[in-house]
Design a protein around this ligand. Structure first.
Ligand SMILES: Cc1ncc(COP(=O)(O)O)c(C=O)c1O
Length: 430
């Protein structure tokens, strides 16, 4: 149980009502507060770096809708673009000019995407990329890493992170063994295990899919040597390298993790930021591979609302702002660094053992875990301490991701006042 002095009565009431018609009262399990206890907060409004709940409480937001909101809530140009596009029509089911414009913009940031297909979510992107890899190579198996989450598709829910990890169901019921057994999962950052897996399965490995900076077991930073070796092993074995940049795209660097670490994947998956806060995903990569997708080739993938005109307007507004204002991205990164260093300093003063992992605009605070470089080490974190910390922060108006095994996000519009408020709250909470 959690005790609080803050009135969130209406949130609790709404949650009770929601549970009558929605599974668990939510439409995505990670929202249910299962990992931290208590009722989830219901939000009414967001503005800039702040959220306002149904009871009128205000929060500094570090969830940023699980990543998409690089420029905070309701940025003017995104809202205007959505509104203008909606007035012209919400969906045509036929080509529109903005689809190629958005793809071109994505290509400018990530030149490895020679051809692109827009979809509606991250999981559509990763599922399609896996199908393409199998179609292109004629091989069955895929490799992923323990604690990485790539959406909820059957082939990828094996030792998965995010909600699977939080709720203790990293291998979901309902996935047939014949399919799950084709997915090999290896410890992140473990070169020896990686080489062994390639030696055993290399000739039948269609693809390796990786969160190049992991966000879905909390933030875990890759060792450069590990990523470079992965690239090399993929080339050597004719295995396709898929960077799942759904979270890291436009977040760890405007050019994604591939720009940050100097790696060229065969395929890249997008979601979150690319849609400017509306549902959007994409996958792209080597022209010869992407040309295998229908209508050009034999790998089928489609979508009624894919490339939706309102969604592409939001995505264009978001990425155009990023392109024109590189200093804004830097501001968000600087904020993350100041926050992390501030938290570390407070912890040191209080002799409280804590680890802050961060890359770009993503961070996670692990409690009493020591260094955290893979899933095994993530599991060292004291989740009871995390829970207590979580609620202490929430009650002081700081909204973090409600699980130890998730990333938090900053934005270009978090302010010095937000930083000071957060650090003061951390001081009290620890
Ligand atoms: C790295 C990664 N891949 C894929 C997904 C799935 O994206 P979506 O929830 O948009 O389907 C997520 C979602 O959090 C993610 O973090």
């Amino acid at each position: 149980m959690t005790s609080t002095t803050v009135n969130r009565g209406r949130s609790s009431q709404l949650f009770q009502e929601a549970k009558k018609v929605l599974v668990g009262g939510v439409n995505s399990p990670v929202r249910a507060f299962k990992a931290v206890g208590g009722d989830p907060v219901f939000f009414k409004r967001g503005e800039g770096s702040h959220l306002y709940d149904e009871d009128g409480n205000e929060y500094v937001d570090y969830l940023m809708s699980w990543g998409p909101l690089l420029f905070g809530h309701s940025p003017k140009e995104v809202v205007a673009a959505i509104s203008a596009a909606a007035k012209e029509g919400t969906s045509f089911g036929a080509p529109t000019a903005r689809e190629a414009e958005l793809a071109k913009l994505v290509q400018e940031f990530l030149p490895s995407c020679e051809l692109i297909r827009l979809v509606n979510s991250g999981v559509e992107a990763t599922t399609s990329a896996i199908r393409l890899a199998r179609g292109a190579t004629g091989r069955r198996k895929i490799m992923k890493f323990n604690g990485c989450y790539h959406g909820h598709s059957d082939s990828l829910l094996v030792k998965a992170g995010s909600g699977g990890l939080t709720l203790g169901i990293p291998d979901s019921k309902g996935i047939i063994n014949e399919l799950a057994s084709q997915t090999i999962s290896v410890e992140f950052n473990d070169l020896q295990e990686l080489e062994q897996a390639f030696n055993t399965f290399g000739t039948d490995l269609a693809a390796v899919i990786i969160e190049p900076v992991v966000g879905n077991m909390g933030v875990v930073v890759p060792k450069l040597e590990f990523l470079k070796s992965l690239e090399h092993l993929c080339r050597k074995h004719g295995t396709l390298l898929i960077f799942d940049e759904v979270m890291t795209g436009f977040r760890v660097h405007p050019g994604g993790a591939q720009a940050l670490y100097g790696i060229k994947p065969d395929l890249t998956c997008f979601g979150k930021v690319i849609g400017g806060g509306l549902p959007c995903g994409a996958y792209g990569g080597r022209r010869d591979l992407m040309e295998l997708i229908a209508p050009m080739g034999p790998v089928y993938q489609a979508g009624t609302l894919s490339g939706n005109p309102v969604v592409t307007a939001a995505g264009m507004a978001m990425l155009t702002r990023l392109k024109k204002n590189p200093h804004e991205f830097k501001k968000a990164v600087d904020y993350t660094e100041q926050l992390a260093k501030g938290v570390e300093q407070i912890a040191q003063e209080k002799n409280y053992p804590l680890t802050v992992n961060r890359v770009g605009t993503m961070f996670t605070i692990f409690h009493n875990a020591g260094p955290v470089n893979n899933l095994k080490e993530v599991m060292h974190s004291d989740v009871n301490k995390f829970k207590a910390f979580y609620h202490a922060m929430l009650d002081q108006g700081i909204y973090f991701a409600p699980s130890q095994y998730e990333a938090n996000f900053t934005s270009a519009v978090h302010t010095e006042a937000d930083l000071q408020k957060t650090l003061a709250a951390v001081k009290k909470a620890l």
